[in-house]
Write a protein that binds this ligand. Structure first.
Ligand SMILES: Nc1ncnc2c1ncn2[C@@H]1O[C@H](COP(=O)(O)OP(=O)(O)OP(=O)(O)O)[C@@H](O)[C@H]1O
Ligand SMILES: [Mg+2]
Length: 254
């Protein structure tokens, strides 16, 4: 089977800043990959490139076998239309540090919005599926609550349900717990752990090293737009080879 994500020599500049400096990685189906690294190392940018919130300026990314953002025409690559890119973007669900729920919609309405307007699902079916997702994230009783009536952890669980409602092939999490009060982190990690055991392919940017160690099949350490080191969590998190990885882990744990 083709890997879910293939990145080959991906580059991204912001002006003179080389935010991604030749990222190459393959993520097989069902893998839970954790990305760690210092602030500014390019972790979010890499997720945003996979999800095509950013356009890359060198290299290539395939998601589930489809070249992201371009189509081949003979020897050349032509950029896809906005409509085609919007279609490709549905392959991945993204959950951000800030929950990004629609403030004027209830939990249930937040979840069915995409399926009804984008996926054109019949509303009754979307509601049934949304209720099953709310159940799954432990919030069935909050279906009619507005985001302002939910805790940060609850809002983040609704955000995860909302992403799942679009039936993505791949989930991208960008520091999903770092904006939460410590006592709320566990409930969100539990939902992500449950997703991991269900076989969802996931790339999770996180500073929760204990969680990374427990849930991920592989950990990538990034610095300055590059992958410095990668491997099984017990190697990267416990006995990293590179001094930069060791220093980073020591700083997070201190
Ligand atoms: N839209 C943008 N315009 C200009 N520079 C940007 C933009 N987005 C990111 N950058 C820069 O690119 C670099 C990588 O940023 P990125 O957000 O990917 O880092 P990160 O590893 O996610 O950091 P953090 O842990 O703080 O979230 C940083 O130097 C950042 O300032
Ligand atoms: Mg980031």
């Amino acid at each position: 089977m083709k890997p879910m994500v293939v990145a080959v020599d991906v580059h991204k500049h912001f002006g003179s800043l080389h935010a991604l400096d030749g990222i190459s990685i393959e993520v097989p189906h069902g893998e839970v990959l954790c990305i760690i690294g210092p602030s500014g190392s390019g972790k979010s940018t890499f997720l945003r490139c996979i999800n095509q919130l950013e356009r890359i300026d060198g290299g290539a990314i395939w998601v589930d076998g489809e070249l992201a953002g371009y189509r081949r025409s003979g020897e050349s690559l032509l950029p896809l239309s906005d409509k085609e890119i919007a279609r490709q973007r549905l392959a991945s669900g993204m959950v951000f540090q800030r929950f990004n729920l629609f403030a004027h919609l209830t939990a249930l309405q937040n979840i069915i919005e995409g399926p009804v307007t984008v996926r054109k699902r019949p509303k009754a079916q979307a509601v049934d599926e949304a209720m099953a997702l709310l159940e799954r994230v432990g919030l069935a009783d909050k279906r009619d609550a507005y985001p302002s009536e939910l805790s940060g952890g609850q809002q983040q669980r609704v955000a995860i349900a909302r992403a799942l409602a679009m039936k993505p092939k791949l989930m991208l999490f960008d520091e999903p717990t770092s904006a939460l009060d410590p006592e709320l982190v566990g409930e969100v990690l539990a939902v992500i752990r449950d997703l991991a055991t269900s076989g969802m392919t996931m790339i999770v940017v996180t500073h929760e090293l204990g969680f990374a160690r427990e849930v991920s099949s592989r950990v990538v350490f990034m610095d300055l737009g590059r992958i410095i080191e990668e491997g099984p969590p017990q190697e990267i998190l416990v006995r990293p080879e590179q001094a930069r990885t060791r220093d980073f882990i020591a700083a997070v744990l201190s």
